[in-house]
Design a protein around this ligand. Structure first.
Ligand code: ATP
Length: 384
């Protein structure tokens, strides 16, 4: 009689056996592994692809590595998978170093951009493949494959070959194959980037639900900030081989740590301004146009020039001047369905991007129209 698969996957390679407590684990769920990356380093000559990275991932957490092309996301994932070796530092899974554990013994599930399905096998045979390789008996294999196809809503396609399926369906088969062993860790490298936007969005939700169902720790690589915001418990933003910020999606979006994160995650207006007064955490600022506004700041900045982030959807538009508004001239206005996207110039020359939801029922302004805009202290964030 085969032992339960969750246990088999968990002990593979001897790296996943500890009884770490997953947050909110349900009966029958895998308890994902904790991962600790300590001062990890990967060099190519003098170039640091991964530059002294530290990262602690909780059991069962969904972490996204987000960053532009070349920031080191795939290299970090490859170091975790064991496809590449560290030049410095260490990686611990459930507290145990993995540098001597070969990839196939780490017991991780993996999904890549290319589906890499076996073209001559049916969906069922593809998903059953890891179980067959692990020597799992036929009855358990059939049950586990049927359960996994059900989770991935693929049961109706069980006997098709990959060539008879769409890209989205093939990627769901690849995900099913990656989770059929109920691994304690699943690594996903840009798995949705070959799919069109609608399909990507629907599979994003499926992967989130899947994470809730299986309880594995998931590390997901993407350069798509929307994808990262939608799916993750926490996002690690990478730039030039370093983690520049790690936090929950709301925190990263509302309180980015610097200009790079502010610009990379979401659309942003970065306004240069001078501090004219400070009361506790509230600072009064004046920009080039002479517009005076209050902003919240966490840091002890007292004087001088700062950059302030104002998200385009936080800017209020008025037809007439108000006590707290400043005039702008419209330079572009586009109707995008649920929102109006307006670009306008402030008097000092700064360009503002404004996103106005259609619930405001505002007519599309004309180029050259004069509007009045304002934002409050909660709508902006002083960057360091
Ligand atoms: P993308 O989103 O484009 O896949 P990424 O963030 O995943 O980018 P990596 O593939 O991790 O980036 O690459 C990080 C850096 O390391 C890049 O500048 C890349 O050119 C460099 N690099 C990766 N592999 C090698 C290699 N074998 N030899 C030399 N440089 C490499």
């Amino acid at each position: 009689m085969a032992e339960p698969l969750a246990l088999r996957a968990g002990t593979a390679g001897g790296v996943g056996g500890s009884a770490s407590q997953a947050r909110g684990a349900r009966a029958g769920q895998v308890i994902g592994s904790s991962i600790a990356v300590r001062d990890a380093e990967k060099r190519y000559g003098h170039f640091h692809a991964v530059d002294h990275i530290n990262l602690d991932i909780e059991p069962g957490e969904f972490i996204t590595l987000l960053g532009p092309s070349g920031s080191g996301k795939t290299t970090l994932l490859n170091l975790l998978a064991g496809f590449q070796s560290l030049d410095g530092g260490e990686i611990l899974v459930d507290g145990k170093p993995v540098h001597n554990v070969p990839t196939h013994k780490r017991g991780f599930g993996m999904v890549f951009q290319s589906y890499a399905l076996f073209p001559n096998m049916t969906v069922t045979q593809n998903v059953a493949f890891p179980l067959r390789m692990a020597g799992v008996d036929r009855v358990t294999t059939e049950r586990r494959v049927a359960e996994t196809l059900e989770i991935m809503r693929l049961s109706a396609h069980a006997n098709k070959s990959p060539s008879e399926m769409s890209g989205g369906q093939q990627q769901r088969v690849a995900i099913a194959r990656a989770i059929v062993m109920r691994p304690k860790v699943v690594l996903m490298d840009e798995p949705l980037s070959a799919l069109d936007r609608r399909l990507r969005e629907s599979i994003q939700i499926e992967i989130r639900d899947l994470h809730q169902t299986i309880g594995s720790t998931i590390l997901f690589v993407t350069h798509d900030q929307g994808e990262a915001l939608t799916m993750s418990d926490r996002i690690a933003v990478l730039d030039a081989g370093k983690i520049v910020q790690i936090g929950r999606p709301l925190e990263i979006y509302r309180h980015p740590s610097n200009r790079f994160v502010a610009s990379f995650v979401g659309e942003s207006n970065l306004i240069e301004a001078e501090i004219v007064q400070k009361r506790g955490t509230t600072v009064t600022l004046k920009n080039r146009a002479g517009y005076v506004f209050d902003a919240e700041s966490r840091d002890a900045i007292d004087v001088g020039r700062v950059t302030v982030l104002v998200r385009p959807e936080r800017i209020a538009i008025h037809n007439e001047p108000t006590a707290s508004s400043t005039p702008v001239t419209v330079t572009s206005a586009i109707f995008l369905g649920e929102i109006l996207r307006i670009e306008a110039q402030m008097e000092g020359g700064d360009t503002l991007l404004i996103r106005c939801t259609d619930t405001a029922r505002r007519p599309l302004p004309n180029i050259g129209d004069r509007l009045h805009v304002s934002w409050g202290p909660d709508d902006c964030w002083v960057l360091t």
